[in-house]
Design a protein around this ligand. Structure first.
Ligand SMILES: [Zn+2]
Length: 135
């Protein structure tokens, strides 16, 4: 069994405490990419709070994370588009985890309904969440 499979097994067997935060984080993103691929690729970045504030990121409106579509401006930039998920690195693991799933649901449902957190978003987040809990 290679290392990645080993990590995955531990996670799926409900033993994420055997993993470091970075291992858990990488594994979850891998699983999200495999199981819930959005329309465009997704880059995930974790930032200390100060950098998030400086980067024109509205910490006040979204203190834990955000999702945006980069290069969305012109039809020409279509092949350069990607979702950027920004996460507050200083949050607790549980908060980072919940926020990552939340922002991933935004990528999945991007501009597919009028509300940011409408029914489609709620169902998508539910499906994602369900994939990461045993029962
Ligand atoms: Zn949201």
């Amino acid at each position: 069994m290679n290392e990645e499979e080993d990590l995955r097994m531990k996670f799926m067997q409900g033993r994420p405490k055997d993993l470091t935060v970075d291992q858990k984080f990488r594994l979850i993103i891998r699983l999200l990419r495999e199981e819930f691929p959005p329309e465009y690729p997704v880059k995930v970045r974790r930032y200390p709070r100060e950098i998030m504030k400086r980067g024109g990121y509205s910490y006040k409106d979204a203190p834990w994370g955000s999702c945006s579509l980069v290069n969305a401006e012109t039809p020409k930039s279509e092949d350069k588009r990607y979702f950027l998920i920004q996460l507050n690195k200083t949050a607790t693991w549980n908060r980072v985890f919940d926020t990552l799933l939340h922002e991933w649901a935004h990528a999945l449902t991007w501009h597919r309904e009028n509300k940011d957190h409408g029914d489609l978003f709620a169902r998508s987040l539910g499906s994602i969440y369900r994939a990461f809990i045993e029962d």
